[in-house]
Design a protein around this ligand. Structure first.
Ligand code: JD8
Length: 274
């Protein structure tokens, strides 16, 4: 996968030199390049921002440097591909913004097979809205938010997205098995994990995990996943397909406050609360 990120702080992406993603870059599974937006300015001060039309606090990122930077990336793709380049889908342009579609594992899975992702890291109060319009015929534009809190810019969000997407590329994570049993993979939060010693500062590891009884261990882990999800992320229970649960699961979820109505899990009405 080719990944380009345009930013006024390219050094932030040096972190991608280490760990799994660093190895994925060495092995060629990921071809990452950070581009400095200021390289696409023409004034002595390498200006990328100006005051907002309509007034208001802060500054807005100017459209022209963005168009020049994104054009340079788009044109670099075109030259590389063969004569039948109409087959090649336009790169995905992911623009982190607090007003974007919320990033989650489902979106990470949808983006992992893509050949080319371009990230536009904004700063200040954001990027001139006309860049989204200008980019639409040239890229598949995706405004994405990492979550409902405010960051100072897009870079940290892009780092998180590159890690979440990159580790789903075959060969990046050593044992693909470990990808299966993860939070959000089966729509549930993951079960608690333990390692040696079995007694640590008078705290014990749940007995069943030392039993070697794989059936009981699987049941224990499933129940902790269901209870933990019902308690911490009840909205995730509503997305579980009852057909993917057994009677014991449904009993546990009943006592945790959920019943099945029209084939979906729904919160039990207060009147039925235990
Ligand atoms: C891009 C500029 C800062 C945002 C004024 C603070 C994502 N989940 C998320 N929270 N915040 C961002 C994000 C924030 C950004 C930019 C993403 C570019 N800012 C602005 C609007 C309010 N400042 C994000 N993904």
């Amino acid at each position: 996968m080719r990944i380009d990120a345009v930013t006024i702080f390219p050094e932030i992406f040096n972190v991608l030199d280490v760990s799994l993603l660093g190895k994925a870059r060495e092995s060629g599974l990921i071809d990452f390049t950070a581009h400095n937006l200021r390289d696409f300015t023409s004034d002595a001060h390498r200006t990328v921002d100006d005051s907002p039309y309509g007034g208001g606090a802060g500054m807005v990122m100017m459209a022209e440097p963005w168009a020049l930077a994104l054009e340079s990336i788009r044109s670099s793709v075109a030259t590389e591909s063969t004569e039948d380049d109409d087959a090649a889908p336009a790169p995905v342009l992911i623009i982190p913004t607090p007003s974007g579609h919320v990033f989650n594992q489902k979106l990470a899975r949808a983006l992992a097979p893509e050949e080319h992702l371009v990230f536009a890291c904004g700063r200040y109060e954001g990027i001139d809205e006309r860049v989204y319009e200008w980019a639409a015929p040239r890229f598949r534009v995706l405004p994405v938010s990492l979550g409902d809190y405010v960051l100072n810019g897009g870079e940290v969000a892009v780092l998180a997205m590159i890690e979440a997407i990159g580790r789903l590329i075959p060969g990046v994570v050593g044992n693909p098995e470990s990808l299966v049993e993860e939070s959000h993979e089966d729509g549930l939060l993951e079960y608690p994990v333990y390692t040696k010693p079995s007694t640590w500062r008078e705290l014990e590891v749940p007995e069943v995990l030392l039993s070697g009884n794989h059936g009981k261990i699987a049941r224990f882990r499933r129940e902790t996943q269901l209870r933990r999800t019902a308690k911490r992320r009840p909205e995730l229970i509503l997305d579980i397909d009852p057909a993917s649960t057994n009677r014991k699961d449904r009993d546990l979820l009943w006592h945790a406050g959920f019943m099945i109505e029209d084939g979906r899990f729904v919160p039990k009405p207060e009147s039925m609360a235990e």
